[in-house]
Design a protein around this ligand. Sequence first.
Ligand code: SF4
Length: 487
Amino acid sequence: MNIYLSESQFKYEIEKLCRIFLPFEKFSFVADEKSAQILCILKRTGRKVTLSAELSLFSEHAALKESTEETNLKELERRTAALLYRCFEKITGYRSPWGILTGVRPAKLFASQCKILGDDGARRYFRERLLVSQSKIDLLNTTANSEKAIIDLSKKRSVSVYIGIPFCPSRCSYCSFVSHSVEHAKKLIPKYVALLCREIEETAEIAKKLDLQIETVYIGGGTPTTLSGEQLSAVMGAVNAHFKLQNLREFTVEAGRPDTVTEERLLSILQGGATRISINPQTMNDRVLRAVGRRHAAKDTVKAMQLARRLGFSNINMDLIAGLPEDTIESFQQSLEEVLKLSPESVTVHTLCLKRSAKLSVDGCREVLKQGEEAEKMVDHAKNTLIEAGIFPYYMYRQSKMVGNLENVGYAKPGFEGLYNVYIMDETHTILACGASAVTKLKDPISGAIERIYNFKYPYEYCNRFEEQLKRKERIEKFYAELHGRY
Ligand code: SF4
């Protein structure tokens, strides 16, 4: 589709807005109004500014206009986006629960608006200016409050550690993560583990030199339990041996897929000092599991949970995904019931992220929007059921191309919130990351700016160019040296 903009600065926001309704459409920005199906025009006459948006879609046409004396370009951009949003809404009949808001950290934005406008002002801003639904504003309010209590635990020298294991037993159809099916990468794993332990050691040395305080450690993936018990012990052993963990508040290991949960691995995780694990069924419906290429059944999740409880794990998170292919509202509700019977301390409800598909062009758009409405009912049901069960929302984030333009929400029983989840999403403090595709994020506590150090994306690159990669970590010390005296 062609887009004509009179203000080229609006390009980024307008394209993101169009993606809410047409996630996989190819947009081109054109200089000729006549060849465009989407037009956003700003005209100035003296102090008066006239904004207009037009949309031609499905052989229908919608056009809206408004006048203002506003001078702030950001605000003019927001108003233009709102006009275009209304045009889309008029033709498609779809109202996004997040309105024109497209950012990934809405709770952070809400918290910052509360500081500027007060709680009521922030609510009004989200409702009237960003067109966010009341239900999402309530969710934001609760999560922002809960996140604040966790963020306040973080102090000047606080950091968290992330360790990535980018292997999985097989690839799920919906996955967009850089993860290698173990069948293809088996030979690489011993070398990967050995080098990862070295990177952990080197990173810990830097942290010690800088006197950084480790608040949380998170071993994620992929599926960390693709590693053997012995390999898990080696990785966790390296963390315990080299980092100063006296003040550690949380040590999470994503056990991930239930088909990888064995007694040997769980014992290694327990002995390695994990305080929290995650066992992720995604759905408790075997038909849906087959449809997404997961090689386990719901009964494997039950067994994995029973085993983990028997071995003494007392803080277990379970993940569900709303909007999976073949899932229905009824089967999603049933999955949630099954999960609740297993009494997890926390439940994370994700929304499926759409992957590019030939079907999902303009013609497939109505189907995608309908899928979004179904997913919205699922996440609403999850929210109400979990809150009723005493499991409350404590953090949230969004990704691009989520079904229904929805969100991922972490729910927890009070006292069982996943601290690392909040720190990484809020960008509260520095994250020291080890492993393939891991990204170290250095946070300047004064300006709030984040500097990133990227590790190589793929495990074979990580192994082959390890020394080169390790060298990049020298930047950590320089970063803190430059901060010296400013905090
Ligand atoms: S288990 Fe997770 S990371 Fe691995 S393939 Fe499936 S969705 Fe991707």
